[in-house]
Design a protein around this ligand. Sequence first.
Ligand code: NDP
Length: 341
Amino acid sequence: STVLLTGANGFIAATILRKLLERGHTVVGTVRSESKATFLREQFKAAVDSDKLKFAVVDDITAPGAFDEVLRAYQFDAVLHTSSPFRYNITDIDEELLQPAIQGTTGILDSVNRVAPSVKRVVVTSSFASVVNRTKGTWPGKVYTEADWNPTTREEGLKDVGSGYYASKTLAEQAAWDFVKEKNPRFTLTTLCPPMVYGPPEQEVPSMVKLNVSNLDIYDIFNGASDPRYGVWVWIDVRDLAEAHVLAWCDAAIAANQRYIVSQGNFSPQMFVDYIWKHYPERAAAKGINKHSPGKYYSDEGIYGVDTSKSVKDLGMKYTPIEDMLRDTLKRFEDLEAEGK
Ligand code: NDP
């Protein structure tokens, strides 16, 4: 099959890319500038040489018809839309977060519908941000399902960058479902709602401070640079999320017009601290990593959970335990440090 992967140079997308190529698919990845493909061209040289991997530059995903040209250039079977801003150094929430998330999503759906009749499925990387109700905090006893929607509004999203990110993902996913309802397109849609995504970075890491936002949560602890950052209490391994992106269009007709929470389950950043002290005691001591409260992961009242049974039943998802993720991720961090990053 031939697949369009948007934002191919991102953390999650680079892992999806590896998985697609391993399965023998042909991939066209979009990037915002040619230089952002350089690392991936080297990393996946064999695929580039055999024409299994190509790149296309789409510099502004909010421009009307931004994806028309690349969609016309190949006979795609599926589109995986991952590109969306996930960062907090933002000055204009509307322009830098909301518009690219929302218009990027509706834009690609519209382009597929108009110019790419061969595409049968579009998979959108949404987020648990579009599921969770942040005003409820830790909400002990609550179990989130695909029926839950973040009630945030555009106005609330404009208040601060954190709210802006949550609103960007919520409004983008809602816009995607509205598009399907209103336009009744030829293709079917699947949205995936992962919470915190962690795992060995496959993307280019020019320096450790430029790691993607979620992995920086782990690295900043590992490097003694920051205390654990609390906020979201559920997570998924990036390799499992990549698998979900493949299963959502390859093996699963059942995923047509479905939304999935994909997650291994609950975690606490205290687990990162405990793991590092257990497996890297010398480094932890040298970096002065605060032990906080070993073994105490959640408050006594408890914490919300997620029901992932739909992803298991429909997609056959299996979820990697957090210790395996930490083992592989910290190993990769050490390798990157050794390379001088
Ligand atoms: P990365 O920052 O590593 O990748 C983001 C990708 O989106 C990059 O290719 C980036 O391109 C592109 N992008 C960002 N802003 C824009 C923009 N304004 N216009 C066009 N492209 C843009 O993040 P992740 O891989 O972590 O995130 C990928 C997707 O997964 C996002 O949709 C994110 O919301 C979602 N997600 C991530 C989670 C996580 O914990 N990591 C959790 C839940 C959902 P460039 O390099 O040029 O900036």
